[in-house]
Design a binder for this molecule. Structure first.
Ligand SMILES: [Zn+2]
Length: 263
């Protein structure tokens, strides 16, 4: 299951292929969307941004395509006119003179007025996105104090997209390692320093992963590259205290932590 940073990089790749250039063709499989094909010809894609696991493709005519891949949907970039051979069923094709972005197998596809798309039921349930640069530590700390979240255990809370969107399993593991916290703790049990460190880690790790994970050199030299400290490192030495990292299950997902320095 991809997490926020991976989803955002996939969205960046889609935008890089087609954003800013006039669409030569827009094609939709769902009958309800057919009427938008003509309206989108000649228009441009302004932005492609993830919100949790949903993707918003914003056009320059006041419309936004909402798509959610659920388990099977997948976006691909192809050259204009090209359709990769695949057993998947094509649902959306947005094509410029150069490139096409193609959505396969997704069932959750809707067109919304851009001004109202934030009212989409799925988007309304999402918390702020960890990768949204407008989100700051003060807001995250306020959410940790919010009665809706304060009594939840951190191991489950960090996976809840209503708390902060874009965090998945590897980020949950790494955030708790970075903050030195046990998954059983609750926000209401933390002291001010612990809460501040947790808020910092909730913002820093997804952003660092987005900027540097799996990338080399150029342009990001000021960054500490994102590296797993605990995730999938069972039996290896904790980089902070050298105790062996332990694996367990927390909220039905594999979990990794240092039994000594995460308290
Ligand atoms: Zn440790």
């Amino acid at each position: 299951m991809p997490e926020g940073p991976e989803i955002r990089r996939a969205a960046d790749a889609l935008a890089k292929a087609v954003a800013g250039e006039p669409l030569v063709r827009a094609w939709f499989a769902p009958p309800a969307l057919k009427r938008y094909e003509a309206k989108l010809a000649g228009r441009r894609i302004e932005a492609i941004t993830p919100h949790g696991k949903a993707l918003l493709t914003r056009f320059d005519n006041g419309l936004t395509l909402y798509s959610h891949n659920q388990l099977y949907g997948v976006w691909r970039v192809a050259n204009a006119g090209e359709r990769p051979v695949t057993g998947r069923s094509l649902r959306v094709a947005l094509e410029t003179a150069r490139k096409a972005i193609l959505l396969y197998s997704a069932t959750d596809i809707e067109m919304w007025p851009t001004a109202q798309v934030h009212e989409h039921p799925f988007l309304r349930r999402l918390g702020p996105d960890a990768l949204d640069t407008a989100l700051d530590a003060v807001t995250v700390e306020a959410r940790l104090r919010d009665p809706r979240f304060a009594r939840r255990r951190l191991g489950a809370l960090l996976l809840d997209q209503a708390f902060v969107a874009g965090l998945g399993n590897y980020l949950r593991v790494e955030i708790l390692w970075e903050a030195g916290l046990d998954h059983d703790r609750r926000p209401c049990d933390l002291d001010d320093t612990e809460r501040a460190m947790l808020a910092e880690a909730i913002l820093d790790l997804p952003r660092r992963s987005y900027r540097t994970r799996g990338r080399r050199g150029a342009g990001h030299l000021q960054d500490t590259p994102f590296r797993f400290r605990a995730y999938e490192r069972a039996g290896e030495a904790c980089p902070r205290c050298q105790s062996p990292i332990e694996k367990s299950m927390v909220a039905s997902r594999p979990f990794y932590a240092c039994p000594r320095c995460q308290r």
